[in-house]
Design a protein around this ligand. Structure first.
Ligand SMILES: Cc1cc2nc3c(=O)[nH]c(=O)nc-3n(C[C@H](O)[C@H](O)[C@H](O)COP(=O)(O)O)c2cc1C
Length: 187
């Protein structure tokens, strides 16, 4: 990996357009290795992973998620969920689901740190990512948990698609840091 970490932080985007080129297994392993370098409370490392690179499976999970959102009273009428052309995985051929054990001090936070490591590493490797929170809840369904071998006491926290970016994605805006206080010596 050659990219400076600050460049990766600056250049990472949530990418929603991918080429059909698959992500090779060695790259996926490198991303998982980057993920597990994240800090975790009491070093409990609560994360675990499911990797899906099977297009029919991605389509099945995507359709289940869309169906669930279509039925959700909050989102009823949201056109995208009824659109057969809308792929919640944005055409990516690799999905990494970060899962966690339901115990420990801050398991969800730990997993989000692992997620950011994974996404920055992908950026450094010339790959693109997008977190897909929309797919999280459907992955708690008992049949999907069973198919994906997610054991009892663990659950999906954040699905992230990975792929080769098609085109460029502009940066989304950020507000400057809101700093409530900055207590320095002698101030
Ligand atoms: C927890 C989480 C869930 C997200 N879920 C989705 C999603 O389901 N679909 C999607 O296209 N983007 C999703 N995003 C991406 C955000 O929309 C994106 O991070 C935000 O707009 C800022 O853009 P950037 O990541 O390119 O800087 C998610 C991001 C996070 C952190």
């Amino acid at each position: 990996m050659s990219m400076d970490v600050l460049d990766a932080i600056r250049l990472r985007r949530s990418v929603r357009s991918y080429t059909p080129m698959p992500v090779d297994a060695a790259s996926v392993r490198a991303l998982l290795d980057a993920a597990v370098q994240a800090p975790s409370a009491r070093n409990l490392q609560p994360w675990s992973f499911v990797v899906i690179q099977d297009r029919p499976w991605l389509a099945r999970i995507g359709e289940r998620a869309k169906q669930a959102w279509r039925d959700d009273p909050h989102w009823k009428g949201a056109l995208a969920f009824a659109d057969p052309g809308f792929d919640i995985f944005h055409g990516a051929g690799t999905l990494v689901v970060i899962c966690t054990r339901d115990e420990g001090f801050a398991p969800i936070g730990d997993c989000y740190l692992a997620a950011e490591n994974l996404m920055l590493a992908a950026c450094g490797m010339g790959l693109a990512t997008c977190p897909v929170g929309l797919a999280r809840d459907v992955l708690q369904a008992p049949d999907l948990r069973a198919s994906l071998h997610i054991p009892d006491g663990e659950r999906a926290v954040l699905p992230i698609v990975v792929g080769h970016p098609a085109g460029t994605t502009p940066a989304s805006s950020r507000t400057p840091p809101r700093i409530h206080a900055w207590l320095a010596n002698g101030a």
